[in-house]
Write a protein that binds this ligand. Structure first.
Ligand SMILES: [Zn+2]
Ligand SMILES: [Zn+2]
Length: 441
């Protein structure tokens, strides 16, 4: 047995010895879900685990994030293993918070268990002594891009600049000394195993406020300007753009009305809408954003009203690293079974892991261990052994593969990687995507 194989066996034994605790931690997070930048109780659980392991994590990074670095004492690449702290808001989900509706309908609670499983493995002396370089564990807030008004208020108060937690980590310099990054997500696609994804869509967020004039809805609607009609026309105009979207760009535009009027007896004078414009490349995102602005404006102009449009930088289209993915694949196959490690191409969803992937080799495998609709009321992780224990073993084995033998495998990944952009260019790109405009008839 090579020293790498021995280290992997020690890592698996360490994870197995705490499997029940790792699953219990994940389920405790599931049962007390908190959405992005509000994950205080969730973060406290991660902090407590790390303190008990004898570590001194940094807390309150980007409001609720937690970071701890395990250095092997030998020079070499720095790997980040990430877990996402936040939930969605899905009232009606079996594990939803009864007051806030917060629910882990995307399975991030299991990511925290698998991340701490990798931590448990790396802390084992027999594992650490076989490695070079370092492994930094990051519990990161706010992957789900929701509650745009709340995040806008955090921005206005100088608490954050960007809505995504990993974006904030990049801005704050948490990735400056990191060479490559990985996290494991859950999914429900009906074929137990793990999916190595090629890429995610990127996106921008947009809020629109249609402003009209209130008037008696029965006696004098001719004196009003109906903001709901403006929004309705705008939605139709958005739909009229869809035939101009190329299939190859994977464009998704999915508006919701967040405020539809104030009282039924008055002509609605204020109606709000949120939307994303997602696409597989930045040019298609910018093109789609421009078309949606045009459509929103058309609604306001048609009724003689006004629309204020705020565009917020969302997530970047991802480019997950194929060389790093191959290292993961060869370590995941013995754990999940060779036939159960699959590959997917472009995914139309978005993640701020995509932002990280532009700067450094990044992987974002999906463990197929849940049932129901992702982001829906019925999304439930069913197989916790797979979601937490096997996911942790696959990532721990990947980290060992990368950093054992003087980190020769990690060095090969780095030699083959060309970043899409520098951190400075990335931040500039995000800032260029932000705009606030008001159009009046
Ligand atoms: Zn999600
Ligand atoms: Zn997610």
């Amino acid at each position: 047995m090579t020293s790498k194989e021995a280290a992997t066996q020690h890592a698996f034994a360490a994870i197995d010895s705490r499997a029940n605790e790792l699953i219990a931690l994940s389920q405790s997070v599931l049962n007390d879900a908190e959405p992005g930048y509000r994950e205080h109780r969730t973060a406290a659980k991660i902090d407590k685990w790390m303190l008990r392991a004898g570590l001194s994590p940094r807390t309150e990074v980007a409001i609720t994030g937690i970071v701890v670095k395990i250095d092997t004492g030998r020079p070499g690449p720095a790997i980040a293993v990430i877990g996402e702290l936040d939930s969605l808001i899905v009232p009606g989900h079996a594990n939803a918070n009864p007051e806030t509706g917060a629910a882990h309908a995307c399975g991030h609670h299991a990511q925290l268990g698998s991340m701490l499983g990798v931590l448990t493995a790396i802390l084992d002396d027999s594992v650490r002594s076989a490695l070079s370089g370092s492994v930094t564990f990051m519990a990161v807030p706010a992957e789900e891009y929701i509650e745009l008004d709340f995040r806008e208020s955090l921005r206005a108060n100088g608490k954050i600049e960007f809505f995504g937690g990993k974006q904030e980590f990049i801005r704050l310099g948490e990735f400056d000394e990191i060479d490559m990054a990985m996290l494991t997500h859950t999914t429900a696609e009906g074929q137990p195993g793990v999916i190595i994804s090629g890429a995610h869509n990127g996106m921008v967020g947009k809020t629109a406020e249609f402003r009209g004039v209130a008037a008696h809805a029965g006696a004098a609607p001719h004196l009003g300007v109906n903001a709901l009609n403006a929004a309705n026309i705008a939605l139709s105009a958005v739909h009229a753009q869809r035939e101009t979207f190329r299939d190859a760009d994977y464009v998704r535009v999915h508006p919701i009305i967040t405020h539809g009027g104030d009282s039924v007896s008055s002509v609605p004078s204020r109606v709000s809408m949120d939307t994303y414009i997602r696409a597989a490349n930045i040019d298609a995102i910018i093109d789609g954003s421009r078309k949606v602005d045009r459509a929103l404006r058309a609604g306001a102009m048609a009724v003689g009203g006004e629309v204020a449009i705020t565009t917020t930088p969302g997530y970047m289209p991802s480019r997950y690293d194929p060389v790093l993915a191959d290292v993961y694949r060869r370590n995941a196959e013995p754990i999940f079974g060779k036939d159960n490690v699959r590959t997917s191409g472009q995914r139309a969803s978005s993640s701020d892991a995509g932002d990280v992937s532009l700067l450094m080799p990044t992987i974002h495998p999906w463990v197929d261990c849940a049932t129901g609709n992702g982001h829906g009321i019925d999304y439930l992780v069913q197989d916790y052994d797979m979601a937490v224990v096997k996911a942790a073993k696959a990532m721990a084995a990947t980290v060992i593969d990368l950093l054992a033998n003087d980190a020769e495998s990690a060095q090969r990944v780095l030699r083959n990687f060309r970043p899409e952009m520098t951190k400075e260019r990335y931040l500039a790109q995000l800032r260029e995507l932000r705009s606030e405009k008001t159009y009046t008839e």
